[in-house]
Design a binder for this molecule. Structure first.
Ligand SMILES: [Zn+2]
Length: 122
């Protein structure tokens, strides 16, 4: 039987990899995670609370008419180098996923707690 795309995704999910006893490596300290030790996932996402494109009012849409803004945007993007585009995209949406060993999970959890606005005031 051929594997469906869904079962392929499942087989590559962290849980499936873990159950299959596949090797894990900590993204932070680069140490192989011992079989039986539980790997952790740290997911970071940073993006605007309101999508800039959604801030355009209906009136502005009507005033700009026939896709002029879009053409202007395309022109600007064409003039940008690939690095510039990548940099701009990072400003709009940054995300990263780390697999962590239990020790690094502990370190990162402590570091993240210190980032909280009220850290150190209790
Ligand atoms: Zn680690």
């Amino acid at each position: 039987m051929r594997a469906s795309p869904l079962s392929f995704c499942r087989a590559n999910s962290p849980a499936a990899r873990y159950n299959l006893g596949m090797a894990w490596k900590c993204d932070y300290c680069h140490t192989p995670i011992a079989p039986g030790a539980h790997p952790f996932t740290l997911r970071l996402e940073l993006f605007p609370a309101v999508e800039p494109s959604l801030q355009i009012s209906e009136q502005e849409m009507e005033a700009s008419g026939n896709g002029q803004d879009l053409r202007e945007l395309l022109r600007i993007m064409e003039e940008m180098s690939d690095e510039e585009v990548a940099r701009q995209e990072k400003i709009v949406y940054f995300s990263h996923k780390f697999t962590l060993c239990p020790a690094c999970r502990h370190t990162m959890a402590g570091a993240l707690e210190r980032l909280l606005p009220d850290a150190g005031q209790s």
